[in-house]
Write a protein that binds this ligand. Sequence first.
Ligand SMILES: Nc1ncnc2c1ncn2[C@@H]1O[C@H](COP(=O)(O)OP(=O)(O)OP(=O)(O)O)[C@@H](O)[C@H]1O
Ligand SMILES: [Mg+2]
Length: 227
Amino acid sequence: MIQLKEIDKYIESRFQRVFILKGINLTINEGEFVTLMGPSGAGKSTLLNILGLLDEDYAGEYWFGDKNITKMRDRDRSALHKSEFGYIFQAYHLIDELTVYENIETPLLYRKVSSNERKSIIADLLDRFNMVAKKDLFPAQLSGGQQQLVGIARAIAGRPRILLADEPTGNLHSAQAQEIMEVFQELHKEGTTIIQATHARENADFGTRLIQMLDGKIDQDEVITHV
Ligand SMILES: Nc1ncnc2c1ncn2[C@@H]1O[C@H](COP(=O)(O)OP(=O)(O)OP(=O)(O)O)[C@@H](O)[C@H]1O
Ligand SMILES: [Mg+2]
């Protein structure tokens, strides 16, 4: 489904080229649940941004099915992002001017989901994340953990084919984190491809594959076995 070939990302500083990603070769099949781990600065968020079509400034090739992303026009790339991907950001990126309810609704509007169906999907997510009472509040009126839950609800509302999550549980207490991982596990069972970056090793156990990154490279790539 996804194939990265020799991806390099670098910054030109005054005296040298500084690599953020170097020689990334990676194939991810439909239905995998992949966890990226590695020290801060290893390149996890950078790689997720490339995978999620949010960054086109890199060298190498990105194939999405039979589409060469690197050769795609910006407009087509952005349409593909909106139709296929759900993205949970490390910093939540909620729209400040929209309420909780409206934030969650945005991907559904893009996907032309009917008004009744939108209401039922959003009601279900608000209920699941214990946010019913907060639905008319704006992001600035929420705690960090609550904003994260809204970001997660928004990313999964449209039932994306691929869910990318950057530290999805970073600001949640352990019971909430467990709940989110269970939601991911359910989506995975239903066929969603998931790629998450996390510092929490226990989150990796919900997935099927663990990739360790180090200094912009893939250091280890192992299958998670479930007993
Ligand atoms: N636009 C940029 N300009 C310069 N350096 C950048 C830029 N974006 C990322 N970097 C650098 O690239 C490296 C990788 O950053 P990245 O955010 O991908 O790390 P990470 O693995 O997600 O870390 P964390 O676990 O802290 O989230 C860091 O050293 C960062 O400073
Ligand atoms: Mg990061």
